[in-house]
Design a protein around this ligand. Structure first.
Ligand code: ADP
Ligand code: F6P
Length: 319
Protein backbone atom coordinates (compact mmCIF):
# COMPACT_ATOMS: atom_id res chain seq x y z
CA UNK A 1 0.00 0.00 0.00
CA UNK A 2 1.22 3.48 -0.82
CA UNK A 3 -1.72 5.53 0.41
CA UNK A 4 -4.35 4.87 3.10
CA UNK A 5 -7.06 7.00 4.73
CA UNK A 6 -8.36 7.60 8.24
CA UNK A 7 -11.77 8.81 9.48
CA UNK A 8 -13.56 9.29 12.79
CA UNK A 9 -17.22 8.30 13.07
CA UNK A 10 -20.13 8.16 15.53
CA UNK A 11 -19.94 9.80 18.96
CA UNK A 12 -16.53 11.43 19.39
CA UNK A 13 -14.24 10.61 22.28
CA UNK A 14 -11.17 12.21 23.87
CA UNK A 15 -8.08 10.65 22.31
CA UNK A 16 -9.41 10.41 18.77
CA UNK A 17 -6.94 13.13 17.75
CA UNK A 18 -4.07 11.22 19.32
CA UNK A 19 -5.17 8.16 17.33
CA UNK A 20 -5.27 10.14 14.05
CA UNK A 21 -1.75 11.38 14.81
CA UNK A 22 -0.56 7.84 15.46
CA UNK A 23 -2.03 6.58 12.17
CA UNK A 24 -0.37 9.38 10.21
CA UNK A 25 3.02 9.14 11.91
CA UNK A 26 3.20 5.33 11.83
CA UNK A 27 2.18 5.15 8.16
CA UNK A 28 4.67 7.87 7.22
CA UNK A 29 7.34 6.01 9.18
CA UNK A 30 6.75 3.16 6.70
CA UNK A 31 6.68 5.49 3.69
CA UNK A 32 2.90 5.38 3.30
CA UNK A 33 0.77 8.52 2.80
CA UNK A 34 -2.41 9.17 4.79
CA UNK A 35 -5.51 11.03 3.62
CA UNK A 36 -7.75 12.46 6.36
CA UNK A 37 -11.43 12.04 5.52
CA UNK A 38 -13.72 14.71 6.97
CA UNK A 39 -17.08 14.07 8.68
CA UNK A 40 -16.87 10.27 8.93
CA UNK A 41 -18.74 8.22 6.34
CA UNK A 42 -20.42 11.35 4.99
CA UNK A 43 -17.03 12.54 3.75
CA UNK A 44 -16.12 9.03 2.62
CA UNK A 45 -19.12 8.95 0.27
CA UNK A 46 -18.16 12.29 -1.25
CA UNK A 47 -14.39 11.83 -1.17
CA UNK A 48 -14.06 14.88 1.11
CA UNK A 49 -10.44 14.52 2.24
CA UNK A 50 -6.94 15.94 2.24
CA UNK A 51 -3.42 14.72 2.67
CA UNK A 52 -2.28 14.69 6.31
CA UNK A 53 1.45 15.28 6.43
CA UNK A 54 3.61 14.94 9.53
CA UNK A 55 3.13 18.57 10.56
CA UNK A 56 -0.65 18.52 10.12
CA UNK A 57 -1.04 16.26 13.14
CA UNK A 58 1.34 18.24 15.34
CA UNK A 59 -0.12 19.87 18.45
CA UNK A 60 -3.28 17.72 18.55
CA UNK A 61 -2.24 14.89 20.89
CA UNK A 62 -3.64 16.83 23.87
CA UNK A 63 -6.85 18.03 22.22
CA UNK A 64 -10.30 16.51 22.81
CA UNK A 65 -12.79 16.08 19.97
CA UNK A 66 -11.62 15.13 16.51
CA UNK A 67 -9.74 17.26 14.02
CA UNK A 68 -11.47 15.33 11.23
CA UNK A 69 -14.97 15.97 12.63
CA UNK A 70 -17.47 13.16 13.04
CA UNK A 71 -20.97 12.36 11.87
CA UNK A 72 -23.79 9.91 12.02
CA UNK A 73 -24.56 9.03 8.44
CA UNK A 74 -27.58 6.71 8.18
CA UNK A 75 -27.45 6.49 4.38
CA UNK A 76 -24.05 4.79 4.57
CA UNK A 77 -25.96 1.61 5.47
CA UNK A 78 -27.07 1.51 1.84
CA UNK A 79 -24.84 -0.35 -0.58
CA UNK A 80 -24.99 2.29 -3.31
CA UNK A 81 -23.34 4.87 -1.05
CA UNK A 82 -20.70 2.44 0.16
CA UNK A 83 -19.79 1.68 -3.47
CA UNK A 84 -19.82 5.37 -4.37
CA UNK A 85 -17.34 6.05 -1.54
CA UNK A 86 -15.07 3.17 -2.58
CA UNK A 87 -15.02 4.60 -6.10
CA UNK A 88 -14.01 8.04 -4.76
CA UNK A 89 -11.21 6.44 -2.73
CA UNK A 90 -9.89 4.47 -5.70
CA UNK A 91 -9.89 7.62 -7.84
CA UNK A 92 -7.67 9.25 -5.19
CA UNK A 93 -5.36 6.24 -4.98
CA UNK A 94 -6.46 5.29 -1.46
CA UNK A 95 -5.99 1.55 -0.86
CA UNK A 96 -7.08 1.03 2.73
CA UNK A 97 -8.94 2.67 5.60
CA UNK A 98 -8.63 3.07 9.36
CA UNK A 99 -12.01 3.72 10.99
CA UNK A 100 -11.92 5.20 14.49
CA UNK A 101 -15.32 4.84 16.15
CA UNK A 102 -17.80 2.59 17.90
CA UNK A 103 -19.58 -0.61 16.90
CA UNK A 104 -21.85 1.16 14.37
CA UNK A 105 -18.77 2.51 12.62
CA UNK A 106 -17.28 -1.00 12.69
CA UNK A 107 -20.31 -2.32 10.78
CA UNK A 108 -19.58 0.22 8.07
CA UNK A 109 -15.90 -0.86 7.99
CA UNK A 110 -16.95 -4.49 7.61
CA UNK A 111 -19.24 -3.66 4.69
CA UNK A 112 -16.34 -1.89 2.96
CA UNK A 113 -14.01 -4.83 3.55
CA UNK A 114 -16.59 -7.27 2.13
CA UNK A 115 -16.82 -5.07 -0.95
CA UNK A 116 -13.08 -5.30 -1.52
CA UNK A 117 -11.95 -2.14 0.26
CA UNK A 118 -9.62 -3.16 3.14
CA UNK A 119 -10.65 -1.54 6.42
CA UNK A 120 -9.54 -1.83 10.04
CA UNK A 121 -11.35 -0.60 13.18
CA UNK A 122 -9.91 1.34 16.11
CA UNK A 123 -12.18 1.49 19.20
CA UNK A 124 -13.03 5.12 19.93
CA UNK A 125 -15.99 5.63 22.25
CA UNK A 126 -16.40 6.80 25.83
CA UNK A 127 -18.87 3.97 26.46
CA UNK A 128 -16.21 1.22 26.62
CA UNK A 129 -18.73 -1.10 25.01
CA UNK A 130 -16.85 -2.79 22.18
CA UNK A 131 -16.61 -6.56 22.59
CA UNK A 132 -13.06 -7.90 22.19
CA UNK A 133 -11.25 -5.03 23.86
CA UNK A 134 -11.07 -4.28 27.55
CA UNK A 135 -10.67 -0.55 26.92
CA UNK A 136 -11.74 1.92 24.27
CA UNK A 137 -10.18 5.32 23.58
CA UNK A 138 -11.91 8.02 25.64
CA UNK A 139 -13.34 5.87 28.41
CA UNK A 140 -10.65 6.76 30.93
CA UNK A 141 -10.95 10.50 30.26
CA UNK A 142 -14.76 10.38 30.51
CA UNK A 143 -14.46 8.49 33.79
CA UNK A 144 -12.13 11.12 35.21
CA UNK A 145 -14.55 13.86 34.13
CA UNK A 146 -17.43 12.07 35.84
CA UNK A 147 -15.47 11.41 39.01
CA UNK A 148 -14.34 15.02 39.25
CA UNK A 149 -17.96 16.14 38.88
CA UNK A 150 -19.21 13.70 41.49
CA UNK A 151 -16.53 14.82 43.94
CA UNK A 152 -17.82 18.36 43.57
CA UNK A 153 -21.43 17.28 43.92
CA UNK A 154 -20.45 15.35 47.04
CA UNK A 155 -19.06 18.53 48.65
CA UNK A 156 -22.34 20.39 48.37
CA UNK A 157 -24.38 17.25 49.10
CA UNK A 158 -22.49 16.83 52.37
CA UNK A 159 -22.89 20.49 53.36
CA UNK A 160 -26.64 20.30 52.88
CA UNK A 161 -27.08 16.65 53.83
CA UNK A 162 -28.73 15.92 50.49
CA UNK A 163 -29.19 12.92 48.28
CA UNK A 164 -28.14 13.27 44.66
CA UNK A 165 -28.97 11.35 41.54
CA UNK A 166 -26.23 11.73 38.93
CA UNK A 167 -27.18 10.71 35.39
CA UNK A 168 -24.25 9.64 33.21
CA UNK A 169 -23.95 8.56 29.58
CA UNK A 170 -24.43 4.99 28.46
CA UNK A 171 -27.45 4.23 26.34
CA UNK A 172 -26.78 0.50 26.23
CA UNK A 173 -23.70 0.07 28.38
CA UNK A 174 -23.15 0.68 32.07
CA UNK A 175 -19.34 0.89 32.20
CA UNK A 176 -19.20 4.64 32.86
CA UNK A 177 -21.79 4.39 35.64
CA UNK A 178 -20.20 1.29 37.10
CA UNK A 179 -16.56 2.39 37.13
CA UNK A 180 -17.33 5.98 38.12
CA UNK A 181 -19.71 4.76 40.82
CA UNK A 182 -17.05 2.52 42.29
CA UNK A 183 -14.34 5.18 42.01
CA UNK A 184 -16.50 7.90 43.56
CA UNK A 185 -17.99 5.76 46.31
CA UNK A 186 -21.61 5.98 45.17
CA UNK A 187 -24.25 4.42 47.41
CA UNK A 188 -26.13 2.85 44.48
CA UNK A 189 -25.40 2.31 40.79
CA UNK A 190 -28.00 1.59 38.12
CA UNK A 191 -26.79 0.06 34.86
CA UNK A 192 -28.65 -1.33 31.84
CA UNK A 193 -27.04 -4.77 32.31
CA UNK A 194 -28.48 -5.40 35.80
CA UNK A 195 -32.01 -5.37 37.15
CA UNK A 196 -32.36 -2.94 40.02
CA UNK A 197 -34.56 -3.05 43.09
CA UNK A 198 -35.91 0.37 44.01
CA UNK A 199 -36.69 -0.79 47.57
CA UNK A 200 -33.07 -1.79 48.02
CA UNK A 201 -31.92 1.68 46.89
CA UNK A 202 -34.36 3.31 49.30
CA UNK A 203 -33.22 1.01 52.12
CA UNK A 204 -29.59 1.96 51.44
CA UNK A 205 -30.41 5.66 51.61
CA UNK A 206 -32.35 5.21 54.85
CA UNK A 207 -29.66 3.00 56.36
CA UNK A 208 -27.07 5.63 55.45
CA UNK A 209 -29.06 8.41 57.12
CA UNK A 210 -29.56 6.25 60.22
CA UNK A 211 -25.84 5.58 60.57
CA UNK A 212 -25.00 9.27 60.19
CA UNK A 213 -24.06 9.56 56.50
CA UNK A 214 -24.23 13.15 55.40
CA UNK A 215 -25.19 12.49 51.81
CA UNK A 216 -25.93 9.77 49.33
CA UNK A 217 -25.01 9.57 45.67
CA UNK A 218 -26.95 7.41 43.25
CA UNK A 219 -25.53 7.01 39.76
CA UNK A 220 -27.81 6.08 36.90
CA UNK A 221 -26.78 5.28 33.32
CA UNK A 222 -29.05 7.16 30.90
CA UNK A 223 -30.11 3.85 29.30
CA UNK A 224 -31.83 2.74 32.53
CA UNK A 225 -34.00 5.81 33.00
CA UNK A 226 -33.69 9.59 33.19
CA UNK A 227 -32.18 10.95 36.39
CA UNK A 228 -35.25 13.12 36.98
CA UNK A 229 -37.54 10.14 36.75
CA UNK A 230 -35.46 8.19 39.27
CA UNK A 231 -35.33 11.14 41.66
CA UNK A 232 -39.12 11.45 41.52
CA UNK A 233 -39.56 7.80 42.50
CA UNK A 234 -37.00 8.09 45.31
CA UNK A 235 -38.56 11.25 46.68
CA UNK A 236 -41.94 9.55 46.89
CA UNK A 237 -40.64 6.32 48.39
CA UNK A 238 -37.96 7.59 50.77
CA UNK A 239 -39.55 10.83 51.83
CA UNK A 240 -36.43 12.82 51.01
CA UNK A 241 -35.60 15.61 48.56
CA UNK A 242 -33.24 14.24 45.99
CA UNK A 243 -31.38 16.63 43.70
CA UNK A 244 -30.48 15.68 40.17
CA UNK A 245 -27.42 16.38 38.08
CA UNK A 246 -27.33 15.32 34.42
CA UNK A 247 -23.70 15.39 33.31
CA UNK A 248 -24.48 15.13 29.58
CA UNK A 249 -22.00 15.92 26.85
CA UNK A 250 -19.27 17.30 29.12
CA UNK A 251 -18.41 13.60 29.43
CA UNK A 252 -17.38 13.49 25.79
CA UNK A 253 -15.04 16.48 25.83
CA UNK A 254 -11.75 17.49 27.37
CA UNK A 255 -8.08 16.80 27.02
CA UNK A 256 -7.43 13.04 26.89
CA UNK A 257 -5.88 11.40 29.95
CA UNK A 258 -2.40 9.86 29.79
CA UNK A 259 -4.01 6.43 29.58
CA UNK A 260 -6.15 7.39 26.58
CA UNK A 261 -3.24 9.03 24.77
CA UNK A 262 -1.07 5.94 25.17
CA UNK A 263 -3.91 3.65 24.10
CA UNK A 264 -4.63 5.87 21.09
CA UNK A 265 -0.97 5.71 20.06
CA UNK A 266 -0.88 1.94 20.41
CA UNK A 267 -4.19 1.32 18.63
CA UNK A 268 -3.54 3.78 15.78
CA UNK A 269 -0.10 2.31 15.08
CA UNK A 270 -1.36 -1.28 15.33
CA UNK A 271 -4.15 -0.58 12.83
CA UNK A 272 -1.60 0.69 10.31
CA UNK A 273 0.56 -2.40 10.86
CA UNK A 274 -2.42 -4.68 10.23
CA UNK A 275 -3.30 -2.90 6.98
CA UNK A 276 0.31 -2.89 5.78
CA UNK A 277 0.55 -6.63 6.48
CA UNK A 278 -2.25 -7.02 3.96
CA UNK A 279 -4.90 -7.93 6.54
CA UNK A 280 -8.33 -6.28 6.82
CA UNK A 281 -11.76 -6.71 8.36
CA UNK A 282 -9.90 -6.60 11.68
CA UNK A 283 -10.36 -4.59 14.86
CA UNK A 284 -7.53 -3.69 17.21
CA UNK A 285 -7.94 -4.18 20.91
CA UNK A 286 -6.26 -4.80 24.24
CA UNK A 287 -6.70 -7.82 26.49
CA UNK A 288 -4.67 -8.68 29.59
CA UNK A 289 -2.32 -5.78 28.72
CA UNK A 290 -1.63 -7.31 25.29
CA UNK A 291 -2.31 -5.40 22.10
CA UNK A 292 -3.85 -7.62 19.42
CA UNK A 293 -6.22 -7.67 16.46
CA UNK A 294 -9.32 -9.76 15.88
CA UNK A 295 -12.20 -10.26 13.47
CA UNK A 296 -14.24 -7.03 13.13
CA UNK A 297 -17.43 -9.04 13.01
CA UNK A 298 -16.76 -10.36 16.53
CA UNK A 299 -16.85 -6.79 17.78
CA UNK A 300 -20.43 -6.12 16.70
CA UNK A 301 -22.07 -9.53 16.62
CA UNK A 302 -21.32 -10.10 20.30
CA UNK A 303 -22.65 -8.00 23.13
CA UNK A 304 -20.31 -6.14 25.45
CA UNK A 305 -20.32 -7.58 28.95
CA UNK A 306 -19.99 -5.29 31.92
CA UNK A 307 -17.68 -6.55 34.67
CA UNK A 308 -20.33 -7.45 37.20
CA UNK A 309 -17.75 -8.23 39.87
CA UNK A 310 -17.34 -4.44 40.11
CA UNK A 311 -21.09 -4.12 40.63
CA UNK A 312 -21.00 -6.60 43.52
CA UNK A 313 -17.92 -4.92 44.96
CA UNK A 314 -19.53 -1.49 44.87
CA UNK A 315 -22.47 -2.82 46.85
CA UNK A 316 -20.13 -4.30 49.45
CA UNK A 317 -18.06 -1.13 49.78
CA UNK A 318 -20.90 1.35 50.00
CA UNK A 319 -22.74 -0.04 53.05
P1 ADP B 1 -20.78 4.41 16.84
O1 ADP B 1 -19.80 4.09 15.78
O2 ADP B 1 -20.22 5.34 17.86
O3 ADP B 1 -21.42 3.16 17.41
P2 ADP B 1 -23.21 4.89 15.31
O4 ADP B 1 -23.89 3.65 15.77
O5 ADP B 1 -24.01 6.13 15.19
O6 ADP B 1 -21.95 5.28 16.19
O7 ADP B 1 -22.58 4.56 13.87
C1 ADP B 1 -21.79 5.50 13.19
C2 ADP B 1 -22.02 5.39 11.71
O8 ADP B 1 -21.61 4.10 11.26
C3 ADP B 1 -23.47 5.48 11.26
O9 ADP B 1 -23.95 6.79 11.23
C4 ADP B 1 -23.37 4.88 9.87
O10 ADP B 1 -22.82 5.81 8.97
C5 ADP B 1 -22.35 3.76 10.09
N1 ADP B 1 -23.06 2.49 10.28
C6 ADP B 1 -23.75 2.09 11.38
N2 ADP B 1 -24.32 0.89 11.18
C7 ADP B 1 -24.00 0.52 9.91
C8 ADP B 1 -24.30 -0.61 9.10
N3 ADP B 1 -25.06 -1.60 9.54
N4 ADP B 1 -23.80 -0.64 7.84
C9 ADP B 1 -23.03 0.36 7.38
N5 ADP B 1 -22.72 1.46 8.10
C10 ADP B 1 -23.19 1.55 9.35
O1 F6P C 1 -20.64 8.24 22.45
C1 F6P C 1 -21.59 7.36 22.97
C2 F6P C 1 -22.70 8.15 23.56
O2 F6P C 1 -22.08 9.06 24.40
C3 F6P C 1 -23.76 7.41 24.35
O3 F6P C 1 -23.44 7.06 25.64
C4 F6P C 1 -24.90 8.38 24.27
O4 F6P C 1 -26.13 7.78 24.44
C5 F6P C 1 -24.76 8.92 22.90
O5 F6P C 1 -23.39 8.84 22.57
C6 F6P C 1 -25.29 10.29 22.72
O6 F6P C 1 -24.79 10.83 21.56
P1 F6P C 1 -25.48 11.98 20.71
O7 F6P C 1 -25.88 13.02 21.65
O8 F6P C 1 -24.40 12.39 19.78
O9 F6P C 1 -26.62 11.30 20.03
Amino acid sequence: MKRIAVLTSGGDSPGMNAAIRAVVRKANFHGVEVMGIYHGYEGFIEGRMELLDLGSVGGIIQRGGTKLFSSRCPKFKEEQYQLQGIEKMREAGVEGLVVIGGDGSYRGAMELTKKGFPSVGVPGTIDNDIPGTEYTIGFDTALNTVIESIDKIRDTATSHENSFVVEVMGRDAGDIALWAGLAAGAESILIPEEEFDIDDIVARIEHGIARGKKHSIIIVAEGVMAGNELAKILNEKANITTRVSVLGHIQRGGSPSARDRVLAGQFGAKAVEVLLEGRSGRAVGIKNHQLYDYDLEEAFSNKHKADLSLYTLSKELSI
